[in-house]
Design a protein around this ligand. Sequence first.
Ligand code: NI
Length: 256
Amino acid sequence: MNYRNIFDSHAHYDDEQFDTDREALLSSFAEEGICGCITCATDTKNSPEAVSLAEKYPFMYAAVGLHPLNIEDEEREDYIDFFRSLASNKKVVAIGEIGLDYHYDSAPREKQIEVLEKQIILAKELDLPVIVHDRESHEDILNILKKHNPKGVVHCFSGSVEMMKEVVKLGMYIGLGGAVTFKNAKKPVEVAREVPPDRLLIETDAPYMTPVPFRGRRNDSSLIPFTAEKIAEVRNTTAQEILDLTSENAKKLFNL
Ligand code: NI
């Protein structure tokens, strides 16, 4: 595929699924037209790994944070101070992946909210955007975002068009990925059609959320054009235009 200006706003390149070929894969990305990528950590163990990947590749940037599904296994009580010190590295451009997950509910909801709010407060202190995970927790996420009003993105957006409009009104961005290509995708496609052009980000969530026609296979940033083509189709434009505008939006949000 012959595309340029691909900015993957959300991936997990520290994931063990990349252990066998990480270096070869990431080294091939420039030729695939990938100009930027945010690798998102999920706890204090993999946050330093995300930072070292970002230091190794010029196009790579890191987000550090504690994901709701990792709260129960997190060993450091001083995780906020830990993330604050990592964030002094210039390649750390966001606090994430943070949020709420009411699908798995692996930590009590009050605890998830407490951890999320602490990290949003840290992001505001550091003047960094947040990368937010929202699974079956739309109402609480919206209330928390309204309360703190951080800069950032709701990634893998799964809410309604109405919720998207509320998030956009707060000044935040909407991250869309492989889910828009899924056969049963209704809400993400409606959101893809309606989201204002200056608030759209594109992402993989690699190694997860692989777009059609590669579902079941490991995802990586070189597959973003399939997602861009679907978004372009519903917006009556070209995939390259979607890639250009999402790349511009990502650079603006992450201050690159
Ligand atoms: Ni993710």
